[in-house]
Write a protein that binds this ligand. Structure first.
Ligand SMILES: NC(=O)c1ccc[n+]([C@@H]2O[C@H](COP(=O)([O-])OP(=O)(O)OC[C@H]3O[C@@H](n4cnc5c(N)ncnc54)[C@H](OP(=O)(O)O)[C@@H]3O)[C@@H](O)[C@H]2O)c1
Length: 329
C-alpha cells in the first residue's frame, strides 16, 4: 500500500504517521508533503527515510490513499490533483464534510458510509467525534436522540502545532512578569478560558459550535436532531472534554445508558473516578462518566466525556477509516 500525508509536519500529520505505524501493516511507501519551509526535512517511518516534499503536479500519482492534514483552503486546492491521481482522499479539514457525495465517518458509528465513497471521505470535527462516540450507544441501541445541549472544553493543540507553544510561552512570560502577546488565540490562554472557537455566524453561534449539529445529524443519520453547543478553549495541552445533556425519544435510565455505553467499541465507561483529559491523552479511547438524570426533562440524560482530539478526534479516526475500507475490500 502506498500512502501520502499532506500537512505531514503539523500536529495531525505527525500523529498520522504514528497511527499508521501502529495500525496499518504493509505500507511500502509513505510520501510526506508540507510547506516549502519543511521541504527537504528527513523523517523516519518504520526504518524508511522519507523526505518532505512540496505539492506539485503529479506528486500524488501512484498513491492508494492520501491523508489530509492541512487547512480548508489548501485541501480544496489539492483535492482535484488527488482525485486525478486516483487515490482515496481522507481529509481532516472541514472543507467537504457536508457535501452530499462525501461520507463523513466515525468507523465505530457509521463505518459503512465510508464504503460508498466516490474518492473523498471526510473526517469529522474533533469535538463532534468525541461527543458522538459517547452518546452513539444510546442513540443507536436504546432510543434516538432528539436534541442535545453541549459545552466543549477544547485543548490548545486543537489549534495546531502553534497552540501548545503559545500556552507554554505565555506561562513562562507570566512567571517572569512579562506581557503576553497572543498570536494563535484571540486572547491570553494561560490561566484563562476563551468562550469562542472559530468565526461567528449570524445566529450567534460560531462555526465550530454549529459542527456538532450539522455533522452530528449526518453521522448519526438523524437529520432532525437539534443541538446547541458552546465551544470553549481551555489551557489544557491535549484532549478535549465535553459536557452533554441529551433528550431521547423515550426515557432511558442511567443504568441502561451505562450498560450500552460500556459495550460500545472505542469507549470506556468510568464509574469509579472521573474522566479527565490528562488520562485520555495519547490514546484512542473516549472516556465517559458522570452519567446522571437531566433534572429539567424526564427523557434527558447528562454525561461528561474526554478524548484525545489529535488521535481519535483526527489522526487515529482517519487511519481507522483507511483500515475499515481495506478490511471490507
Ligand atoms: N489539531 C487538531 O486537534 C485537529 C483536530 C481535527 C482536525 N484538525 C484539522 O486538521 C488540519 C491540520 O491541522 P493541524 O492542527 O495539524 O495544523 P498545523 O499543526 O498548523 O499543521 C499544518 C500543516 O499544514 C502544512 N502546510 C502549510 N502550508 C502548506 C502548503 N502550502 N502545502 C502543503 N502543506 C502545507 C504545514 O507544513 P509546515 O510545517 O511546513 O508549515 C503543516 O504540516 C486542519 O484542517 C485542522 O482544522 C486539527
Amino acid at each position: 500500500m502506498k500512502v501520502g500525508i499532506v500537512g505531514a509536519t503539523g500536529e495531525v500529520g505527525r500523529q498520522m504517521q504514528i497511527c499508521l505505524a501502529e495500525r496499518v501493516k504493509g505500507i511500502e511507501e509513505l510520501r510526506l508533503f508540507a510547506s516549502p519551509k519543511s521541504a527537504g526535512q528527513k523523517i523516519d517511518f518504520q526504518g524508511m527515510e522519507c523526505t518532505v516534499q512540496v505539492v506539485k503536479e503529479g506528486c500524488f500519482d501512484g498513491l492508494d490513499y492520501v491523508m489530509g492534514a492541512v487547512s480548508n483552503a489548501l485541501s480544496k486546492e489539492y483535492r482535484p490533483m488527488i482525485e486525478k491521481a486516483g487515490a482515496v482522499y481522507i481529509d481532516n479539514s472541514s472543507a467537504f464534510r457536508l457535501e452530499e457525495d462525501v461520507p463523513l465517518v466515525v468507523p465505530e458509528i457509521n463505518g459503512d458510509d465510508a464504503l460508498k465513497n466516490k474518492g473523498v471521505i471526510a473526517n469529522p470535527n474533533c469535538s463532534t467525534i468525541i461527543t458522538l462516540m459517547a452518546v452513539a450507544a444510546v442513540h443507536q441501541n436504546l432510543s434516538p436522540i432528539k436534541k442535545m445541549v453541549a459545552t466543549t472544553f477544547q485543548a490548545v493543540s486543537g489549534a495546531g502545532a502553534g497552540g501548545p507553544i503559545e500556552l507554554h510561552e505565555e506561562v513562562i512570560a507570566i512567571e517572569k512578569g512579562e506581557p503576553v502577546q497572543p498570536k494563535v488565540f484571540s486572547a491570553q490562554i494561560a490561566y484563562n478560558c476563551i468562550p469562542q472557537i472559530g468565526s461567528m455566524n449570524d445566529n450567534g453561534y460560531s462555526t465550530e459550535e454549529m459542527k456538532l449539529q450539522n455533522e452530528g445529524r449526518k453521522i448519526l443519520h438523524a437529520p432532525e436532531m437539534d443541538v446547541n453547543c458552546t465551544c470553549v478553549r481551555v489551557p489544557v495541552y491535549r484532549s478535549h472534554s465535553i459536557s452533554a445533556t441529551f433528550v431521547t425519544e423515550r426515557p432511558v435510565s442511567v443504568e441502561e445508558a451505562e450498560e450500552a455505553i460500556s459495550r460500545f467499541p472505542g469507549v470506556k465507561l468510568i464509574k469509579d473516578g472521573l474522566p479527565m483529559p490528562i488520562d485520555t491523552s495519547d490514546q484512542d479511547i473516549v472516556y465517559v462518566g458522570r452519567i446522571r438524570r437531566d433534572l429539567t426533562d424526564p427523557n434527558g440524560l447528562v454525561l461528561w466525556c474526554c478524548g484525545d482530539q489529535v488521535r481519535k478526534g483526527a489522526a487515529a479516526n482517519a487511519v481507522q477509516i483507511l483500515e475499515y475500507i481495506e478490511a471490507h475490500k
